[in-house]
Design a protein around this ligand. Structure first.
Ligand code: HEC
Ligand code: HEC
Ligand code: HEC
Ligand code: HEC
Length: 236
């Protein structure tokens, strides 16, 4: 009997051990691993969804904030446009039909305002004021070039001097034909009507060579007109 009990116990222990072994192997089977993977994927998906949700919320909020900021800026400074240089203006404003306005401008002092800073007279003025190089000093550039320290586009060059955009506004957003054709639309996009107030930003006593500025006379020399080109010498 004792022997039989012992055998039975041994069988029981052996079966238990075998069962345990099979179970543990099953746990490591690829099938089980897949289940684990699926679980991971599910978790990932959930995470992604949550993140997307968060991103969207952020996006919405940011957009709202940007719009508000832009609107505020608009209210204060109207539109911030870049200075793009004269090449674009020349494309449309230099035909006979359009009065060759670009050519008119190149004949004026404004087109040479930067070059002036390289001449002997400027060197003399600069020396007297303790300025090393007139063509690099804020004290001269602020009136002798276009859009000093303002936003500028790729084609902009300060060497073009006092350009169209000084008097008509930075052109980045109004130069396209559909916009230019419609004066109101052009003005909403940066086109400016020149006034005396604009001229005296530069034509004032801060200019080391200041000559009394008479707007009524001065305007005749820079007021461009479409139509037969009237050479400057004929305007009196
Ligand atoms: C794609 C062609 C085009 C380009 C480029 C262009 N313009 Fe014009 N511009 C026009 C047209 C069209 C008008 C409408 C009047 C006309 O037909 O001449 C106009 C009108 C104007 C006017 C008169 C506005 C008014 O009614 O008082 C000014 C000033 C002007 N442009 C300046 C500029 C300046 C400065 C640039 C360069 C930044 C420029 N334009 C570039 C086509 C153009
Ligand atoms: C960004 C500064 C600036 C603004 C704005 C400006 N000017 Fe000038 N202007 C100059 C400078 C600089 C010169 C001298 C150019 C040179 O000889 O180098 C000049 C020269 C002139 C001359 C002499 C032109 C010539 O052919 O010798 C006249 C006239 C004149 N400006 C009129 C005006 C009028 C009118 C306005 C406004 C509609 C105006 N300017 C706006 C800077 C400016
Ligand atoms: C010193 C200032 C000044 C500069 C620089 C200047 N303009 Fe003008 N421009 C004027 C004034 C002033 C008028 C006449 C008033 C107006 O039409 O707003 C005028 C008129 C015009 C007109 C309208 C003409 C018409 O008969 O309706 C056009 C187009 C124009 N300018 C284009 C240009 C272009 C292109 C350049 C550069 C190549 C340029 N302007 C440079 C001051 C300037
Ligand atoms: C506040 C604006 C302003 C500043 C700053 C300025 N200029 Fe001018 N400059 C003008 C104007 C406007 C003219 C044309 C009318 C005049 O002379 O008053 C001019 C004309 C000139 C001329 C030609 C004078 C002539 O009789 O033909 C020279 C040279 C010159 N400037 C050099 C300089 C130098 C060098 C500096 C820097 C030390 C300088 N400018 C700073 C506005 C200015």
């Amino acid at each position: 009997m004792r022997k039989l009990t012992l055998i039975l116990v041994l069988i029981a222990v052996a079966s238990f051990l075998t069962f345990s072994l099979v179970c543990s192997q099953t746990e490591n089977k690829p099938g089980s691993a897949d289940t684990t993977k699926k679980d991971t994927i599910k978790t990932e998906t959930t995470t992604t969804e949550t993140t997307t949700g968060v991103t969207d919320t952020t996006k919405k909020v940011t957009t709202k904030q940007e719009t508000t900021v832009k609107d505020t800026t608009k209210a204060i400074t109207k539109v911030v446009n870049k200075y793009i240089g004269t090449a674009k203006c020349r494309m449309c404003h230099n035909s006979e039909l359009k009065g060759k306005i670009y050519d008119q401008w190149t004949a004026e002092g404004h087109a040479k305002a930067y070059q002036t800073l390289l001449n002997e007279q400027s060197k003399g003025i600069a020396k007297g004021m303790g300025i090393a190089d007139a063509s690099k000093s804020e004290k001269c550039l602020k009136c002798h070039i276009t859009g000093y320290q303002q936003a500028t586009g790729d084609k902009y060059s300060m060497e073009e001097g006092v350009t169209c955009e000084v008097c008509h506004g930075p052109g980045e957003n109004y130069w396209k034909a559909q916009i230019m054709k419609d004066k109101k639309l052009a003005m909403a996009n940066g086109l400016v009507e020149p006034t005396e107030g604009l001229c005296v930003k530069c034509h004032n006593k801060e200019s080391p060579t200041y000559k009394p500025f008479k707007y009524a006379d001065a305007i005749k020399l820079v007021q461009h007109k479409v139509g037969p080109v009237a050479p400057k010498t004929e305007k009196k």
